[in-house]
Design a protein around this ligand. Structure first.
Ligand SMILES: Cc1cc2nc3c(=O)[nH]c(=O)nc-3n(C[C@H](O)[C@H](O)[C@H](O)COP(=O)(O)OP(=O)(O)OC[C@H]3O[C@@H](n4cnc5c(N)ncnc54)[C@H](O)[C@@H]3O)c2cc1C
Length: 392
């Protein structure tokens, strides 16, 4: 066999590069790290095609803790990920998330609000009247209320975060290889080596699956069945003639969402579940905008009745079809295979915490900073879904 590394990470998106960075800064880890990425331009990677929202408003305590860790990291990312004097900008904008609920959703909103604040988030629960006062451009008549993040929520530049993790990991000694993993050689209860498209065979102490929407295919190379599918999500860029002052990232009860992006807005909508299947194409669906996104936006913000579409793109959620939450940790049978998959539309903001947690698992055999054991693979075989109501 040729080269051998202590840890080989398959996929160099935000998750893979965050793990590489965290390993190279983990005091208890002294090994070698290789990240294998088949497309270093990241044209199809979720991390480059994301809406890059960051929020505290989840309903599962483990996801809220991940967000608490994440925002602290992101606020200091300039220092933490600096290479020499070069402090990477990741453009964190804490303009908040506004999660709207119909009257019948108010009780759930109240429960989530109490839980989020008890875990250290600062979320305000606003009545329709309070929403109207604060956001005069919003139609509130049909709402039961809304929750607004007062800090720690908003958006960032996901592509710059990915690059910052990548550059820092490399500066710290991790190696990056432009190649594609096409197969794995399995020994008894472990992966012995990875086979690459170039023909090279690389030995690995630990193998990490960080292949985003392609995680199921990579897991299958190790003989592991992983319930992760690529689900297409459209993002539309629109301009609006009227000013929408103080606009946060708004998650409407219709499933539509929007937020400012420079002088424009970006927006989208959760698809109809019956129509949401694995799909690797990247062509934005303009009919979907006309039929689903625009009507919902114009109903919630009357000024959006006159918006203009100026651009669009599509990317893929790496949807965990079992319970739409991350799957993180060692595989119970393939003992040197670590999963960091299935984040289902919230993986960018979870990348700092997942990176640190996986690095600790590899260095010490257990979690230290954040206990992510609820995200374990075993819950799937046991049929124990992790309930999370805040999936958009
Ligand atoms: C439209 C859209 C909006 C989103 N909005 C948000 C949001 O608001 N907030 C949020 O937190 N998250 C959001 N997400 C989700 C977020 O972008 C993802 O969860 C996150 O980027 C996943 O990172 P990753 O590193 O796992 O995957 P990726 O960024 O896709 O990286 C995986 C990498 O693995 C490589 N790869 C795959 N197979 C192989 C192989 N066999 N060999 C070598 N390399 C391989 C790929 O080339 C790719 O670069 C959104 C996603 C989309 C598409």
């Amino acid at each position: 066999m040729g080269r051998h590394y202590d840890v080989v990470i398959v996929g160099g998106g935000a998750i893979g590069c965050s793990i590489a960075y965290a390993l190279t800064t983990e005091a208890g880890f002294r090994g070698t790290v290789l990240v294998i990425e088949r497309d270093p331009t990241y044209q199809r990677a979720s991390s480059a095609l994301s809406a890059s929202g960051i929020r505290q408003q989840f309903s599962a305590p483990v996801n809220i803790r991940i967000s608490r860790y994440g925002i602290e990291f992101l606020r200091h990312a300039g220092e933490l990920l600096a290479c020499g004097d070069d402090r990477p900008p990741i453009n964190v904008n804490e303009a908040g998330y506004l999660v709207l609920a119909p009257p019948e959703g108010l009780e759930t909103l109240r429960r989530n609000h109490a839980l989020q604040n008890s875990l250290g988030a600062r979320i305000a629960l606003l009545s329709p009247q309070e929403l109207q006062l604060r956001f005069p451009w919003l139609a509130t008549d049909d709402l039961g209320g809304g929750c607004l993040g007062l800090e720690g929520e908003g958006w960032l530049d996901g592509y710059l975060l990915l690059q910052a993790f990548r550059n820092k990991a490399r500066a710290n000694g991790a190696e990056l290889l432009h190649d594609e993993v096409v197969g794995m050689d399995r020994g008894a209860g472990r992966i012995d080596a990875l086979r690459l498209a170039s023909g090279e065979r690389i030995g690995a102490g630990m193998v990490i699956n960080a292949a985003g929407p392609h995680a199921r295919q990579v897991a299958a190379m190790a003989g592991v069945v992983l319930p992760v599918e690529a689900r297409k999500r459209n993002v539309f860029v629109v301009s609006c003639a009227e000013a929408i002052p103080g606009c946060p990232l708004v998650c409407d009860d219709s499933g539509a969402w929007f937020r400012p992006e420079g002088a424009h807005f970006i927006c989208g909508c959760a698809p109809d579940r019956s129509n949401d299947r694995e799909n690797f194409d990247l062509e934005p669906d303009h009919a979907f905008f006309e039929q689903s996104v625009w009507p919902a936006l114009a109903a919630r913000v009357p000024a959006f009745a006159a918006l203009r579409v100026t651009g669009a793109w599509a990317g893929h959620y790496e949807t965990n079809t079992f319970d739409q939450n991350g799957i993180v940790g060692l595989h119970p049978e393939v003992r040197n295979f670590v999963l960091a998959n299935g984040f289902s539309g919230h993986g960018l903001q979870q990348s700092p915490a997942v990176g640190r947690a996986v690095a600790e698992l590899i260095a010490y055999g257990n979690y230290r900073t954040l206990d992510l054991s609820e995200l374990c693979f075993e819950r799937i075989a046991a049929g124990r879904p992790l309930s999370e109501l805040g999936i958009y």
